[in-house]
Design a protein around this ligand. Structure first.
Ligand SMILES: NC(=O)N[C@@H](CC(=O)O)C(=O)O
Ligand SMILES: [Zn+2]
Ligand SMILES: [Zn+2]
Length: 428
């Protein structure tokens, strides 16, 4: 069965503009791409008319929380993957801070089986570095790799002990696997939820200092240099972290990094007050100076890719008050429209740059076969309406949760059709 996507606008990296193309998909791969002027015989194929729409390689999100197993009241693999598809994502990598934690081969298998049965996008599981993410004992890396885990991370918490992290890196290196780090030194955080900055000062609350993140980045790039592992830094949010990653890259350390839309768009000064926990996430929104630094880091390639850190929590949990509410915001269904509207439409970035950081770059860093619109590549494709302007309405999210600070924002760049392995999995 084949599918034609007709007259879509495809970004050309050489000419730096959109060009009209017809794309034929067959047996799950891109069979041919021809100029939009060509007349094609679609025969008995399924046809998607993409005239006036952007056609891109499907977006790839290497940092998401699907909450399955154990926290299915927040999200599960079916709803999470549907939410991802609606956001234009065709591949997502899920974090192991579930219940039980993904720290055994059978839990990796559970995620893969459920994703095959109920998921509508490609789901790649990470496994934990330490058992139960407690930081005390390494998991069985070889068995977890064998079961299908794509990397090791204790996301949600930092690995506090340097020797533990070094052992993890050495073992991961021997298996040719990456270590993905949530960088946070607990002793510098202790109970705080907002960044040290004008917001914490104005409200007289304890702040989280930037060093709480950067101290782990600094420690870990040294350990990565010593062990030779591929070390990937989660949700970079501070100027100091960007500086350390830039230095490490410049001397050849195998370090890569990611940043989230909210850390590119919001600072602590945007937080409206102390009564809306949808502004509480980890890492916290930092100062305007940090926002500028992560933007520059992404622009110069110090930070390799954009991820959402989709972190659903129920309305009840978020209503517990800022001190008790869990950290995290959902991200799938707003990521592309936010970045398209705020960076591409404003002329700061080309569309090609944004697409690169959401497709080609994550695929390159994690050695995935997708991420490119070219003959022979997996037919993971996203079609986006760049014209229609709409307000973010959290009530319409396909995610089980709607914890976002972006409700009411007027945005363009809404995905309309998502195709995985040549099959339309979601369409508006
Ligand atoms: N980012 C968050 O604020 N929360 C994440 C954990 C994490 O990504 O560290 C979660 O699991 O809810
Ligand atoms: Zn994290
Ligand atoms: Zn996370």
């Amino acid at each position: 069965m084949s599918l034609w996507i007709l007259n879509g606008s495809v970004w050309n990296n050489e000419s730096n503009k959109l060009e009209s193309k017809h794309i034929r998909v067959s047996d799950g791969v891109i069979a041919e791409i021809v100029d939009g002027g060509t007349s094609v015989d679609t025969g008995s194929s399924e046809v998607v008319n993409a005239e006036g729409k952007l056609v891109s390689a499907g977006f790839i999100d290497m940092h998401v929380h699907l909450r399955d197993p154990g926290f299915e009241h927040k999200e599960d693999i079916m709803t999470g993957s549907r939410s991802a598809a609606k956001g234009g994502f065709t591949t997502i990598a899920c974090m192991p801070n579930t219940r039980p934690v993904i720290d055994k081969p059978e839990t990796v298998q559970y995620v893969l089986d459920k994703a095959a049965r109920e998921g509508i996008v490609k789901v790649l599981p990470y496994a934990a570095i330490t058992k139960n993410e407690l930081g005390r004992e390494l998991t069985d890396f070889a068995a977890l790799k064998e079961a299908g885990a794509i990397g090791f991370t204790d996301d949600g918490v930092g690995v506090q002990n340097a020797q533990m992290m070094k052992n993890a890196m050495a073992l991961a290196k021997s298996l040719d696997m990456p270590v993905i780090a949530h960088c946070e030194d607990d002793s510098l955080v202790e109970g705080a939820w907002a960044s040290e900055g004008s917001f914490s000062r104005k409200h007289g609350i304890k702040g989280i200092p930037n060093e709480s993140e950067a101290i782990h980045v600094g420690r870990d790039v040294l350990l990565a240099e010593a062990t030779g592992v591929h070390y990937h830094v989660c949700h970079v949010s501070t100027e100091q972290s960007v500086r350390l990653i830039r230095l490490a890259k410049s001397i050849g350390v195998k370090v890569t990094a990611e940043v989230c839309p909210h850390h590119l768009l919001l600072s602590d000064e945007d937080i409206p007050g102390l009564d809306d926990a949808n502004w509480k996430m980890n890492p916290p929104l930092r100062t305007p100076r940090d926002v500028q630094a992560v933007i520059e880091g992404l622009e110069d390639g110090t930070i390799d890719m954009i991820v959402t850190d989709h972190a659903p929590h129920s309305a009840e949990e978020k209503a517990r008050g800022v001190d008790l509410a869990p950290f995290g915001i959902v991200g799938f269904e707003t990521a592309f429209p936010l970045l398209y509207t705020k960076f591409v439409q404003t002329g700061k970035w080309t569309l090609g740059f944004l697409l690169q950081r959401m497709t080609v770059d994550p695929a390159r860093v994690f050695r995935l076969p997708s991420g490119k619109l070219e003959q022979g590549a997996p037919a993971d494709i996203t079609i986006v309406d760049l014209e229609n302007e709409r307000k973010v309405d959290p009530q319409t999210f396909l995610s089980k949760s709607n914890n976002t600070p972006f409700g009411g924002w007027s945005l363009k760049g809404w995905p309309v059709t998502t195709i995985v392995n040549g099959k339309v999995v979601w369409s508006e």
